[in-house]
Design a protein around this ligand. Sequence first.
Ligand code: FE
Length: 467
Amino acid sequence: MDFNLTEAQLALQKKAREFAVKEVLPTSFSYDEHEVMPMKVIEKAWKAGLTNLGVPKEYGGQGYGLMESVIVVEEIAAACPGTATSIFDNDLGSGPIVIGGNEEQKNRVLKDITENFKLIAFATSEPGMGSDVAGMQCRAEKDGKDFILNGTKYWITNAGYSDYITVFATTDPEKKHRGIAGFIVPTDYEGVKTGPHIPKLGQRASNTCSVVLKDVRIPEENVLAKPGRGFLLAMQTFQKTRPAVAAFAVGCARSAMEYAIDYAQKRETFGRPIGNYQGIQFKLAEMYKDIEAARLLTYKAAWEGDQGLDSNLTSSIAKAFASDVVMNVTTEAIQVFGGYGYIRTFPVEKLFRDAKLYQIYEGTSEIQRIVIARFIMKKYQHAMPNLFEIPRVEIQVEKKAEKATIKVEKSSAELGGRWKCLICAYVYDPVNGDPDSGIAPGTPFEDIPDDWFCPVCGSDKSNFAKI
Ligand code: FE
């Protein structure tokens, strides 16, 4: 086990953090307010080598593992969750090509988006389905070696600014996941039309729109996954991107916590900074511990993916956990700010709005729980014997000889009353005495030797008071 980041990872974290603070944070509030896609910021990220993180080096990408990717996106999201979504969307869009594309497709498309500043979006969701990928209706009809696409995709991040979209469509909706195929769709193809920016609660800097496909002819060279192979390709892509979404949530939560700490140290009530009160300190402690746990889960999911292990379960755990954490943290951050948390001059209001999306996109929190539940009900290997096969062996207990009972004729009151230990609340009753310590029944408390100890907590006689 080693919980330390490597020198290279620390350097990358520093680079991403500096970029986030200098290039992302200052304009993030304005982009959010005007709901404008931060293309200038994304282009700077591309120039700085902070985009196309998971695209292999041979195709011009950064060639980072998931660990490096989550380190980068935590920093960007800490500055602006919406910008982070848009920057990382190239990894979601290019993911199916990296995972399932052939050599020609990789050389042609991946190099085009890495060598030139171009965006690539990812499209599974539709107006009537999101997480239920197998339920998609967008049609792919075979026509010779080509496919003809017809249908509408919805909630497509960056689609309004993308040169390519990886589109998933079905040859037959009745076939569910077995009918799904994947395609590379250049957005300048005839019949491809992107809709206007969809107004959102948060992450407003990130462009989201519909994509209408009308008789779009896809040549064989742009078929990414044949019918029946598309569903798995989409799932493999999500498995790689979910740790990043968890990292977004960690970054967003971290900033909300840090701003809450700053505010708690400055703001005063009743003559003291509110950070001096335990009520506020506990909120901050809760935030810190939850963020730490969310980051560890995120790192574990990323590490498993990098090791070539099946990270489906840990990715779902990390995403579900971190997105709940960020919702709690941003909610509590607003509470620490009080009324000032609710207004737009402070950043926590924006982070709170931005945070909600994490429980929704890339598989809702409910979908993640379905993945986890499926695992525990079917695959989880129990450590303990089955409930109905627990071995039980009775131990032999030696019975203590019964104590001889001495009859005491006087009452407790007549023997000087009962005395209570003020440390542990044990009550000494002179009628019973304390035979285990050699104090005979009938001994008034006053007559007990001074070296006697409370039989329960061991504190001395001076801690007793008459009751
Ligand atoms: Fe005691």
